[in-house]
Structure formats: structure tokens, C-alpha cells
Write a new protein. Structure first.
Lengths: 228, 228
């Protein structure tokens, strides 16, 4: 089933042993991509107002799956079982999706853009302290390439057509962030090695404060981009 | 959103005008792949008994999406709007999926294998009478590459573990075929140009009888492969 697996350069393997959080981070990121692909596919199929919209969101969903493949293959290269590496995060990410099930097309688009954005900030931060080859992989997976521009444009057009929608969507976006932080806290408590990745470059509590400030700042930029 | 679109060789365009059923066939096939991707993703997410199984079925689902991309791009090359070309078939294919929603993992696997198989026989037959470049595309989209071997192996193992499941799954497979033929009849009645593709090589009623005999024969082989 996994035709794209290829051998990792041997030189990366010893490094991995010094960063036990790496498999944690890649496992979390892999399940985040696998579940995002599934939920975006469902949202595209059940909520898109037209076949053109459905195709556009499905295209984003399948891109998430392509990212999942990269992470799955890297986990296998590191000698980890991808399913095993992902399993500690299934409950938290499934809970996030269950608590943030979009009620309509605009909510689905906001979730795609905001959810992807928060996740990307968070994982990029985790990867900052890693072996460069892993950091590069995470960057490759997370690169946006203007994909989410589609979501931004549709949300702006939706608000233009129905200005009352803005307040409702702003509330929705706040709920997405709140639920994400709540799940992230539980994951960090359950997986201390992963949490360490976020603070090990020194700074400790100060580093976590900086992370949250950074997440908040980036989230604000995304809200502004959507006109919220 | 459609980065892979490239220009069709001009020489194919006049030929298309002689085969008005081509856009019909590609539109039907495109929506079949788009909806198969969505349903298999849902089945993988909600019914797979393990993350490994979920990954395996998701991989098949995304392969269906890759086929959808090829067909969408070919439709665009032919100057057709992909969404418009697909829209006449949405109701029939959605009805088929709604009437054949798997209740468990083994039913999902049988549906993947049997449903794909029937669809492939049917479309390949439609493509027989077409311009070779279209027939080649359909062959490329439908090539199995042993993907469905995964479904066959899991179903056989499931029956070995629970022999009583065989009768239930055989009934399920018959229902899949019955519902497919019922929807195919309605599509043929609503899209006479598409139906003509199946009979235009001469033969008329005899050709249709041959088609059904062929579908039945291939279905029998698939049932035997699964041990049903």
C-alpha cells in the first residue's frame, strides 16, 4: 500500500534518538492531515452549494492527504509504525472535529482556513527545534501555496452578499480556536516529550507565552484576511 | 484550482463532434470517480476497524480522486465545463450510494470491489466505440493495478473468521448489482446519446444483451475471487 517509502539517509537516524519528540510530532501531524482530509471531503460533499465548489474543496482535501503520505513515509523511514505513531492523537483530534462540525458552507470554509492556519503555526513552532531535515519536511507539508486563497475569497464574497453573516462567522472562528487550544492542552499534558519540543530551546514558560502570542497574532491576520 | 490542464491535440476536437456521447461518458465517469472518492473516504473514516485499514481504504479513495482529475482535465480540454458535464448524473449516482450505504467494514470492502468492478466493465464497454485517445484515457483511469487485491484479501479473511458472513455478503453484493442496473437503466433512458455509445457499433438489442452477459460474467468472477 505504501509504494513511496524509500530509505532515509542513515545519518538522520542517530539524531532521531536524541529527539524522542520527533515521532510524536510527526505522528500528530500525520493524523491531523489524515483527519483533515476526511472532514474536508465530507464538508465538500455535504455542504458545497455547487459542483464547482465541491471540486475546489475536494482538491484541498486531497492535498491534505498528499501531506499525510509524506509524513507516513517519513515515519516509516524512521522505523516507526505510522498507525502506532498517530494513535495517541486520534481522540483529541476527533474530539476537535466533532465539536467543530460546520453547519453550513461558509462555516466549512472558515474552518478550513482557520483550522489549517492554527495547526500550521503550531506544528511549525514544534519543528523549529528539530533536526533540519525534519523541519524541512514539516515546512514542505505546511506550505500553503495560496491554496487557502479560495476559502478566503469565498468567505469575503459570502459576507458581502450577507453582511449579517460576519458576526456569526467571527464567533465561529473564536470557537474553533478555543476548542483547538483546549485539545492542544490535553495533548501536551498526555505527551510531555511533545510539549518539551515547544520549550526545549530554552525559555520554558516564556517560550510558551511567546508561542501563544504568535498563534494569536497569526490568527488575527487570518481573521482580517477574511474580513472578520 | 486546476493546475494540470493542458491543451488537447487539435486533431481530437473534430472527432469529438462526431461522438456527442463522449462528453456524456466522461461526465458520468468523472462524477462516478468523484462520488466514489467521497464515499470511500467516509467508509474508511467511519467503518475501518483499525488505523491501518483506514489508511488502506483512504489510499484507494484518493486514487479514485486522481482518476477524477484526469477526466475533469480531459473534459476541460474538450471545451466542456466539467461541473456541467457531470451534473446530469449526480442524482442517479447519489441515489445508488444512498441505497447501498455499507453497514459495516466487510460490506464497505465488498462495495469497493464489486462497485468498482461493475462500473469499470460498464465504462470500458462505453469506451469501446470511441476515438482511441478517449478509449485510452478510460483504460488509464480504470486500470486496477492490483489495488482491489486489498479488498479481496480482507473479505476472504473476514469470511474465514466468520463463515456465516458469506451468505450475508453474497446477498449484499447482489443488491449492489441490482441497484446499479436500476440506476443505469434510468441514466440510459434520460441520456439517449450515452446509451447509443453502447449500441452504435451495430448489433442494437443484441449488443445490449452481450453487454449484460459480459457484466454478469465479470461479476461472477469477482464474487468467486472473494469466496462468495
Amino acid at each position: 500500500m505504501f509504494p513511496k517509502i524509500h530509505q532515509a539517509p542513515r545519518s538522520t537516524l542517530p539524531l532521531m534518538k536524541e529527539s524522542p519528540g520527533v515521532v510524536d510530532l510527526l505522528g500528530l501531524l500525520a493524523y491531523a492531515e489524515l483527519s483533515a482530509y476526511a472532514r474536508m471531503t465530507e464538508d465538500a460533499t455535504t455542504l458545497a452549494p455547487s459542483l464547482a465548489d465541491r471540486m475546489a474543496l475536494s482538491e484541498l482535501a486531497v492535498t491534505e492527504y498528499a501531506h499525510f503520505r509524506l509524513l507516513r513515509d517519513r515515519l516509516a523511514e524512521l522505523g516507526a509504525d505510522p498507525a502506532e505513531a498517530m494513535s495517541p492523537y486520534v481522540a483529541a483530534l476527533d474530539a476537535w472535529h466533532a465539536q467543530t462540525r460546520p453547519a453550513d458552507w461558509l462555516q466549512a470554509l472558515v474552518k478550513t482556513y482557520v483550522g489549517d492556519g492554527i495547526a500550521h503555526d503550531f506544528y511549525r513552532e514544534g519543528a523549529r527545534h528539530l533536526d533540519p531535515s525534519i523541519a524541512d519536511l514539516v515546512d514542505e507539508v505546511l506550505v500553503d501555496e495560496g491554496r487557502s486563497q479560495f476559502a478566503v475569497e469565498r468567505v469575503r464574497a459570502g459576507i458581502e452578499a450577507d453582511p449579517k453573516a460576519a458576526a456569526r462567522l467571527a464567533l465561529w472562528a473564536r470557537r474553533l480556536v478555543g476548542e483547538a487550544l483546549s485539545q492542544a492542552q490535553q495533548v501536551a499534558a498526555a505527551r510531555p516529550e511533545l510539549a518539551l519540543l515547544l520549550v526545549e530551546a530554552g525559555g520554558g514558560q516564556a517560550d510558551i507565552s511567546r508561542l501563544f502570542a504568535k498563534l494569536t497574532e497569526e490568527h488575527g491576520k487570518r481573521m482580517a484576511a477574511m474580513g472578520l
